[in-house]
Design a protein around this ligand. Structure first.
Ligand SMILES: Cc1ncc(COP(=O)(O)O)c(C=O)c1O
Ligand SMILES: N[C@@H](CCOP(=O)(O)O)C(=O)O
Length: 471
């Protein structure tokens, strides 16, 4: 199994190199040269198996045999033993033919844990085998940062620097990032929005001298190994609902397009997924793009679903690569357009291909609040704002389609991560699980930095242990 860049100009890599590379050296994102496939019989054979067993079956082909199987299986089992639900990602019925896939039973109460718990183990293992260290940089709108800090804290081979938008994450998300006492953890509060943080991270990767001097690695979904573990829960959910003998649709609260792209990968692997529906908040660039074919960035607005306050949706590039028949030059042209004019137009054929696989819908802040309220009242189920966006969009689309296909909505965060928005909408203030103890009283440690690549790079160089030992 080899990995190619969406821009076609970076070296083709094996799994472990792609894992440590994060962003490709040509600015693109890595993808498997071809997707492994599972036959209906192979999918059927996974019925009734544990989450970890299904993860091992689905993920093993992606490692290309580079990690001894026993070690890989141990890491998968350890990763999912950190979850606080026996099913890891349980499915809850919320309506006729409507199911919520709870992805928030991991250590930091967001779906990011599903990938991050495995990613950290894989990186640590690979670095130890190679006798290397790495500097990890990540941008977060709130959840990736907490999950990454939890997964990498106190790991000896990595220093981790997480950039979050100053004053734009929820208080719980902020504490999860700023209350770590681990010496290798660095929380950086950037004076900008999430897109600025993400642009800084990409800027560091594209500064090849800096990247090499610090042995830079990434934990955002630009890293293929972040997307890969997310493929598994599409399988577990669909299997519970009768796959491969019955198709299933998924609605995914979407920002950086990583989670829903994992669903696309599951489909390419042979899982019978009918529709993949991207649900956006008021930052609705993906909804508008699917409607019009024009990807046009606008200013980011702050919403009650801060983790989805994103305009530059990194993984859309992976979809563009697919939709353009894996033509790296075509992707480079579109990305140049994005850089130069803040947008691009998708030609008819690729747009038709995208529309053949994906639908999209949006939920305004008022609609999201109303969904939280009404789902609690009628179904007795408390949603977080991100998951509520999924429910609102899924119900709108289901009403129009009425096709009888089961609809799974991804519940991407626990409501207790966003207590103010949830309480305002529903009158019910969700409490953090007891294991978080005094999280909100713990001392915070973070550095405020301007939105300036040079200043951020200087700060990281001065504080990364990898910098000292890399020539
Ligand atoms: C709670 C939550 N929901 C949804 C999303 C959107 O996921 P993606 O960026 O993979 O589209 C995020 C962050 O990315 C998130 O943290
Ligand atoms: N919503 C994310 C934004 C970063 O997305 P990623 O999936 O690329 O890491 C967050 O919560 O940080």
């Amino acid at each position: 199994m080899k990995y190619v860049s969406t821009r076609g100009e970076a070296p083709v890599l094996g799994f472990c190199d792609a894992l440590l590379a994060g962003l490709a050296r040509d600015g693109g994102l890595y993808l498997p040269q071809e997707f492994p496939t599972l036959s209906p019989d192979e999918i059927r054979a996974m019925r009734g198996k544990s989450y970890a067993d299904i993860a091992i079956r689905v993920l093993t082909p992606f490692t290309g045999g580079e990690i001894p199987q026993a070690d890989f299986e141990r890491m998968v089992r350890e990763a999912y033993a950190t979850f606080h639900h026996a099913a890891v990602c349980p499915l809850v019925q919320t309506g006729a033919n409507e199911f919520v896939l709870e992805l928030f039973h991991g250590p930091t109460l967001a779906f990011k844990d599903v990938a991050m718990q495995l990613l950290a183990r894989l990186m640590d293992y690979t670095l130890a085998k190679r006798g290397e260290r790495a500097t990890i940089v990540g941008a977060t709108s709130g959840d990736t940062g907490g999950a990454a800090i939890e997964a990498f804290a106190n790991r000896d081979r990595t220093d981790i620097f997480i950039l979050f938008p100053h004053g734009r994450v929820s208080p719980v998300q902020q504490r999860q990032m700023t209350s770590s006492t681990a010496p290798n953890v660095h929380a950086l509060s950037v004076e900008g929005n999430f897109d600025d943080c993400q642009a800084l991270v990409k800027g560091m990767f594209n500064d090849l001298r800096f990247r090499d001097a610090l042995s830079l690695s990434g934990v955002n979904s630009i890293n293929w190994a972040r997307i890969m573990p997310q493929v598994v829960y599409y399988f577990t959910a669909a299997l519970s609902l009768g796959a491969p003998d019955r198709p299933v649709s998924f609605t995914v609260p979407t920002g950086n397009f990583g989670d829903i792209f994992a669903g696309y990968v599951a489909k390419r692997m042979g899982l019978p997924i009918d529709r993949l529906i991207a649900a956006t908040n008021d930052n609705d660039i993906l909804y508008r793009t699917l409607q019009s074919g024009a990807y046009e960035t606008r200013g980011v607005v702050q919403t009650t679903s801060p983790s989805m306050d994103i305009q530059v949706s990194s993984n859309f590039e992976r979809l563009l690569f697919e939709a353009h028949g894996r033509d790296g030059a075509a992707v480079r042209r579109l990305m140049d357009g994005l850089k130069q004019s803040g947008g691009f137009a998708i030609a008819d054929t690729p747009l038709k291909r995208i529309r053949g696989e994906f639908d999209a819908g949006r939920s305004t802040m008022a609609e999201t609040a109303e969904t939280i309220r009404s789902v609690l009242e009628t179904d007795g189920y408390l949603l977080d704002p991100h998951s509520a966006i999924g429910v609102k969009v899924a119900r709108d689309i289901d009403k129009a389609r009425a096709d009888g296909v089961p609809m799974v909505i991804l519940a991407t965060a626990h409501p207790a991560k966003f207590p103010d928005a949830v309480a305002q909408a529903s009158g019910m203030a969700p409490e953090l699980p007891g294991r978080f103890g005094d999280l909100m009283e713990r001392k915070e440690k973070f550095t405020v930095l301007p939105n300036d690549l040079k200043i951020v790079e200087d700060h990281i160089s001065r504080n990364s242990r990898a910098y000292c030992i890399t020539p």
